[in-house]
Write a protein that binds this ligand. Structure first.
Ligand SMILES: *Cc1c(COP(=O)(O)O)cnc(C)c1O
Length: 371
């Protein structure tokens, strides 16, 4: 197989890229789409389930898809400073892409609320980090003002170039499955990703690369579920920091994606998120961050409700589909190493032992007795 050239080169015809655009890439994209056979069995083999693992992107989240396009376009326009507000992953990605582009990166983050891995990345890549006493929504309001008043490039998903990059996740899924899935599930925070994926599917449909469009399911944490509730939340709270957002910037587009695809938004509790987090790590070999586990928690909750089979059967009657089970894709947005604190709280470190074979043997025997 030919070497992967990064998503801009691979999907150039679908992106706002010209001969003049300097391409800033870390070879993002081309992430694994894994068939989840154990999960299918757990749910009674009534669906074909795939997990799109975005944790293998260069900085560990899907944000790299958007950032390669946004930073390339910013550079083309002559910008030398990029700014963004972030719950963590946007800043990690912006910092990395600005560093390789030779640009200054300034990030505004809610103080004390960024997962350790993400903050370390931004600092390591040399970004100017401005922690503020406030929420993500406050941070976003600040950088919006800055980008209005100063000659800096806004790198949040309000920037349409970000969405163009992120839509390639939908392209990759369709290319792998040779059509769109029946259901596409993802966590929703600021709603850039759901907007971009819907863009991607529609674009592929338009050029005839897929025969049908998927139903989109957006999952939010119960304590930060403005789209489920239908109104902004002033103090969003959840273990899933990447989706701890009370007032999504792409509110309207998110509703449009849901409505046009005949989909829905669902809320899941932090307990459900932690269960899905544990399940993915211990049964599927996938270490993801809590926000990503929220997508699976949503899938599990809807599967129990019978949502997928019922909705699929209705479609089958209407459209005479050629398959007997729905194809479901769940997007796992970011890597588990991003948030080591949550990992160590969920999976606590055992006590320290004396340095003897006997002590370790005792622990091992006890564990073997349990299984
Ligand atoms: C940014 C992010 C999300 C939310 O995406 P939006 O585009 O803000 O809806 C979900 N999971 C992870 C890991 C993220 O970094």
């Amino acid at each position: 197989m030919a070497m992967w050239t990064g998503l801009i080169e691979h999907y150039r015809d679908f992106l706002p890229i010209s001969q003049q655009t300097p391409i800033v890439t870390l070879m993002e994209g081309n992430t694994p789409l894994l068939r989840a056979k154990r999960l299918e069995a757990l749910l009674g083999d009534r669906m074909e389930i795939y997990l799109k693992y975005e944790g293998t992107n260069p900085t560990g989240s899907f944000k790299d898809r958007g950032m390669t396009v946004a930073v390339s376009k910013a550079l083309e326009r002559g910008a030398w400073v990029g700014v963004c507000a972030s719950t963590g992953n946007t800043s990690a990605s912006a910092a990395a892409y600005c560093s390789v582009a030779g640009m200054v990166c300034a990030i505004v983050v809610p103080a004390g609320r960024i997962a350790a891995g993400k903050l370390s990345q931004a600092l390591a890549h040399g970004a100017i980090v401005c922690p503020v006493m406030g929420s993500f929504d406050d941070a976003l309001a600040i950088v919006r003002r800055l980008s209005d008043e100063m000659p800096v490039a806004l790198l949040n998903s309000l920037n349409p170039d970000r969405l163009h990059g992120q839509k390639t996740c939908a392209f990759e899924i369709c290319d792998a499955l040779k059509d769109a899935p029946d259901f596409h599930i993802l966590p929703v925070g600021n709603a850039g990703n759901i907007t971009s994926h819907w863009m991607g599917y529609r674009q592929y449909r338009q050029v005839g690369r897929i025969q049908h469009l998927p139903i989109l399911v957006g999952v939010q944490a119960a304590g930060a579920a403005p789209l489920v509730k239908g109104q902004p939340i002033s103090n969003p709270e959840t273990i899933a920091t990447a989706i701890r957002i009370g007032s999504p910037a792409r509110w309207q587009e998110a509703y449009q994606a849901k409505d046009e695809s005949d989909g829905r938004f669902v809320a899941v509790s932090d307990d459900e998120i932690v269960n899905a987090y544990r399940y993915l790590a211990q049964k599927e070999g996938l270490f993801v961050e809590p926000a990503s586990a929220a997508a699976l928690a949503g899938l599990l909750s809807l599967a129990r409700e019978g949502y997928f089979t019922e909705t699929f059967q209705r479609r089958q009657r209407q459209h005479r589909l050629d398959r007997d089970r729905p194809v479901v894709v769940c997007v796992l947005t970011g890597h588990g190493l991003k948030d080591p604190q949550t990992a160590l709280q969920t999976f606590p470190l055992p006590e320290t032992l004396p340095p003897t074979p006997e002590a370790v043997k005792r622990v091992l025997k006890e564990a073997m007795g349990r299984t």
